[in-house]
Design a protein around this ligand. Structure first.
Ligand code: MTE
Ligand code: MO
Length: 437
């Protein structure tokens, strides 16, 4: 794979499956797997072009509705996302992809390894120059700001901030929870550049009755209905006004990746990733808790009490998830590594909502004893912290390395999963397999 591709341009991956004669026939519309066909036929032109590795499909207006491009039908083009090589695509409509833990080993997550979580269809034809952000609702003075206005009128800051999807770790729920089956990699800590959300809200003048924000992006609903939003979430005003949240226009020193919200997004670190609206167009301040799509019912909500696995819970008993819990991830070695000697350097990261981490301990004896790892200071609040430890094994054989983080309030990760119906907040230990000798 040449590495001079720009994000958002196409990627061609040879299919691992052999081409059958039928897949090459003009009749390929009938050969394609129905699930894949559904994904592709519902795709927007921009997404399709980007997956095909081109900037345009010049004659797209002539394409009959639902036409499957031959490039997809014959399997010669994967549904991988350009600029995101190595990510595992969990779903392609909408595009959702996670990062294998060993590809999250960098202290700051490169853009190419930042996961993608989409609820709808990303906007096409994004023009950063013409982009406008509206701040309205219960404010003294509604604002309409270009990205240049943001840069000119507010202090520009760069921060390392963790975004983790509320459903990260859902794949391990038993009974299973529906939704994207994220394992470990719906988390990242990129370096974000932008302006403080609080500064912008202060410029608009927050009225005393403001209790909640409502975030709106430019992506569209999967149904294609223009009046339906894929997602619009918000946070309590106190969280919105805290210093760590950014309205970001750059990621790791470059423009945002199209799948991570280009040209403008919110970053509300430490809270469910869904609070960090991508393709940000509008922030409304409200005098009531926001009730946009994915704010109500059981979305990004958990029962207000511990429940047994599989237990039915009344809708009224669900509460909005606020901060994400303490967690850690082993990023080196990769799981299932065979090591020749008798020791290995173990590395990883730990984070806890908007708190800091006090310690990370590792165990190689299924939790009987724990060894404290070396731990870095956070580069700034809401950044993840890195741990490392040279781990020695007493003899050849199979081991598991377990990691357990403890946060600044003394709260540690549990061994088990606090089951909940929608599969949120799994912060159980990360365990990797190691074979020695
Ligand atoms: N406009 C918009 N913003 C969005 C989403 C979305 O679907 N549309 N998904 C949210 C969710 S659920 C998560 S976890 C984060 C993921 O950010 P990323 O895709 O940049 O990793 O974006 C959030 N912001
Ligand atoms: Mo999410």
């Amino acid at each position: 794979m040449p590495n001079d591709h720009k994000p958002g341009t196409p990627t061609h991956r040879p299919s691992t499956k052999a081409l059958s004669d039928s897949s090459l026939s003009p009749d390929n519309q009938h050969q394609i797997d129905p699930a894949r066909r559904k994904v592709i036929s519902g795709m927007g032109i921009a997404t399709m072009a980007s997956l095909l590795g081109v900037h345009a499909i010049p004659y797209h207006r002539n394409m009959p509705p639902g036409l499957i491009p031959v490039a997809f039908a014959d399997g010669s083009t994967s549904l991988a996302v350009e600029g995101k090589e190595g990510l595992l695509v969990l779903n392609d409509r909408p595009v959702n992809a996670e990062t294998p833990p060993h590809l999250l080993d960098d202290e700051i997550t490169p853009t190419s390894r930042h996961f993608i979580r989409n609820n709808g269809v990303p906007p096409s034809d994004v023009d950063a120059e013409a982009w406008e952000l509206v701040i309205d609702g219960v404010v003294d003075k509604p604002l309409t700001l270009s990205i240049n206005d943001l840069k000119k009128n507010f202090e520009v800051v760069t921060r390392d901030l963790v975004i983790e999807c509320g459903g990260n770790g859902r794949a391990f729920f038993n009974p299973p929870a529906s939704g994207n089956q994220w394992t470990y990699g719906a988390v990242a800590c990129s370096s974000w550049t932008g302006v403080r959300l609080a500064d912008v809200l202060n410029a608009a003048g927050v009225k005393p009755e403001a209790v909640y924000t409502a975030h709106y992006g430019a992506d569209t609903h999967l149904s294609g209905k223009p009046d339906k939003l894929p997602i619009s979430r918000g946070v309590p005003i106190a969280k919105a006004m805290s210093d760590e949240n950014l309205i970001a226009f750059a990621m790791n020193g470059e423009a945002l990746h199209p799948m991570n919200g280009a040209p403008l997004r919110l970053v509300v670190p430490g809270w469910p990733g869904s609070c960090s609206q991508k393709w940000l167009k509008r922030i409304q301040l409200r005098d009531v808790v926001h009730d946009g799509p994915k704010m109500t019912g059981t979305s990004y909500r958990v029962p207000n009490r511990p429940v047994a696995p599989g237990e039915k819970v009344d809708k009224e008993d669900f509460i909005i998830i606020e901060r994400m819990p303490v967690k850690s991830l082993i990023t080196h070695p990769a799981t299932d590594t065979q090591i020749g000697g008798n020791s290995v350097e173990v590395r990883g990261h730990a984070w806890s909502g908007d708190r800091s981490i006090q310690g990370v301990a590792l165990s190689i004896d299924f939790g009987a004893t724990w060894i404290e790892a070396e731990l870095s200071e956070p580069t700034n609040p809401a950044a993840w912290q890195h741990f490392r430890l040279d781990v020695k094994f007493p003899q050849a054989g199979y081991y598991e390395i377990w990691a357990k983080a403890t946060d600044s309030e003394g709260v540690s990760q549990p061994f088990g999963i606090a089951w909940n119906p929608k599969g949120y907040l799994n912060n159980s230990y990360h365990r990797i397999a190691i074979r020695v000798g």
